[in-house]
Design a protein around this ligand. Structure first.
Ligand SMILES: NCC(=O)N[C@@H](Cc1c[nH]cn1)C(=O)O
Ligand code: ZN
Ligand code: ZN
Length: 521
């Protein structure tokens, strides 16, 4: 039998045990592969997968149409003026699920903290199936999206799904996270159309504030863990990406995210630079000086003491990186340039997965429109975030950040006023993939894509992952649909048709293999 996972996590590497060896079935008849990526695995076809796959293929245009409708709703959680669209998107999702026979509720989360004139979008929860003899899988995703404007460099309208001749489906939210969320809806529809029973009970939890720090969701999950989510046997989240474009992965770690604002203000209003330039302290000059003390061009964080919070790299851990299917070409392909900092894939992956990074995102109040306005902005707010890793605690990070920024500002001898605060934080998460949840997903990947998945961590953050794990006490698996070239959060975000359709098969196949796994904790 072929090994399921050549990659080993540290504790298993020490014992020399393959990740899932204890869960591997002993007999695996070889089945025909749909795709071939150079390594044929021999996962046994779960019963009823064949008609399910066939139905997904037959319904693919309907599924793309569903994504088209979803992308057309600009559900941008970070922009107040789009809040009604976020609500519209919740309704769309609720209607789709209801039409397929799910029991759906839209749970309100109250007012948005700090913006009490705004209601937080509801959590769309749904139950499909309630059979005590079946496992219950809780799936999470988000229906809000990042902001997008054509002027940001989009080749097409961001909120019109546009499909090119290579099957690349461009549109904001296509890969993050409307495609994967609709993947679950598609799975239900394909089962109904094919007349196949869903092999598990499905609980859905779809939120509308993920791109704004999942406001309100932690409390909701904690409150519902022993109520709405009480039957949960395992959790699955599809909201991250493959490492490259060909090989799927299962993900067992995420970085956290502490997001900060730093404001500098002084003059009572914007000033004429010809009249006041050189005779007044300028907020923008102070701010860019302070921001320049946070990170250097090689990505080194300049905040004293911050790197001391990071768990040291062990030799066992170091040895994991060589085995991952990733190349510098993969990096350059997803960057769309050769501007990577590090010389090799190992250092690149370490920088993404297990070291912190600091990114400067923008400046509010700055003159950013095209043209040459000679203004001195009166108040500017810089925005930056730190991706956190084990063992960084949010409070410790905050203290180091605040102390450093205040100390650097004091050095400027400016009469302006500085303020710095945390917008939101979400903790890092690292789990063991030695669980039937991962074993089922691995078999599903092998069945649909004919290849063993890479075991990865992720540089991005999904703050509720840890909350789900702690509140339900159950295993959480990240099962991505999109690929490394999808450009989530940036201009020309896309999801490849193949990833959407085969990804829908993957989510469905995962549920079938889950149903076959022995029921253990
Ligand atoms: N697909 C996951 C994702 O994009 N997550 C966001 C979460 C976040 C954190 N702070 C603001 N949003 C990410 O940026 O990683
Ligand atoms: Zn996302
Ligand atoms: Zn996102």
């Amino acid at each position: 039998m072929l090994p399921l996972f050549p990659l080993r996590i540290p504790s298993l590497a020490r014992s020399g045990q393959s990740l899932l060896s204890k869960f591997s079935p002993s007999t695996r008849p070889i089945v025909p592969r749909r795709f071939f990526y150079g390594h044929i695995s021999d996962t046994k076809m779960a019963p009823q997968l064949e008609p399910f796959f066939k139905q997904v293929d037959e319904s693919s245009e309907t599924f793309i149409d569903r994504l088209r409708k979803a992308v057309a709703i600009p559900s941008i959680s970070a922009q107040d003026e789009n809040r009604k669209d976020v609500f519209r998107m919740a309704q769309f999702l609720a209607d789709e699920l209801t039409a397929l026979g799910a029991e759906v509720e839209q749970r309100p989360l109250g007012k948005q903290p700090g913006k009490e004139h705004l209601d937080l979008p509801p959590v769309v929860v749904a139950r499909y199936g309630n059979d005590k003899n079946k496992k219950t899988i809780l799936v999470y995703g988000h229906y809000d999206v990042q902001p997008a404007q054509k002027e940001d460099g989009w080749a097409t309208e961001p909120f019109e799904l546009t499909i090119d001749e290579k099957g690349r489906m461009y549109g904001r939210g296509s890969t993050d996270d409307k495609g994967p969320v609709l993947g679950w809806v598609n799975v239900i529809e394909a089962h109904r159309k094919a007349g196949i029973e869903l092999p598990v009970n499905l609980l859905c939890c779809f939120e509308g504030m993920e791109e704004y720090g999942s406001e309100g969701l932690d409390d909701f999950i904690q409150a519902e863990a022993k109520k709405y989510f009480k039957d949960t046997d395992a959790v699955c989240i599809s909201d991250n990406y493959w490492l490259g474009t060909e090989k799927p992965c299962l993900t067992y770690g995420l970085r956290g995210c502490n997001y900060y604002s730093v404001s500098v203000s002084g003059p009572a209003q914007d000033l004429h630079s010809g009249v006041f330039g050189g005779s007044a302290h300028e907020p923008m000059t102070d701010l860019v000086t302070v921001l320049s003390k946070l990170v250097d061009p090689q990505g080194n964080i300049l905040i004293p003491g911050l790197m001391d919070l990071v768990a040291p790299m062990t030799e066992d851990e170091k040895s994991l990186y060589g085995n991952i299917s990733y190349t510098m070409e993969n990096l350059h392909e997803s960057l769309g340039s050769e501007t990577g900092i590090h010389p090799n894939k190992e250092r690149t992956l370490m920088a993404r997965w297990r070291y912190p990074s600091l990114s400067i995102h923008g400046i509010e109040g700055a003159y950013s429109a095209p043209g040459a306005k000679t203004v001195i902005p009166a108040k500017v707010i810089g925005k930056f975030s730190i991706r956190t890793v084990p063992n960084m605690e949010s409070e410790d990070v905050n203290k180091l950040v605040f102390d450093h920024i205040k100390a650097e500002f004091a050095k400027l001898n400016s009469k302006n006023k500085l303020d710095v605060w945390l917008q939101h934080d979400g903790k890092w998460w690292v789990a063991s993939p030695k669980h039937w949840n991962f074993s089922a997903a691995s078999k599903a990947v092998q069945q649909v894509f004919g290849v063993e998945p890479d075991m990865t961590r992720e540089g991005g953050s999904i703050p509720v992952t840890l909350t789900f794990e702690q509140a339900t006490g159950k295993n959480v698996l990240l099962l991505p649909m999109g690929s490394s070239t999808d450009a989530a959060h940036s201009a020309n975000e896309k999801l490849d048709r193949r990833n959407y359709i085969e990804g829908t098969k993957l989510l469905g196949a995962y549920l079938h293999y889950v149903a076959e796994e022995p029921a253990t904790e």
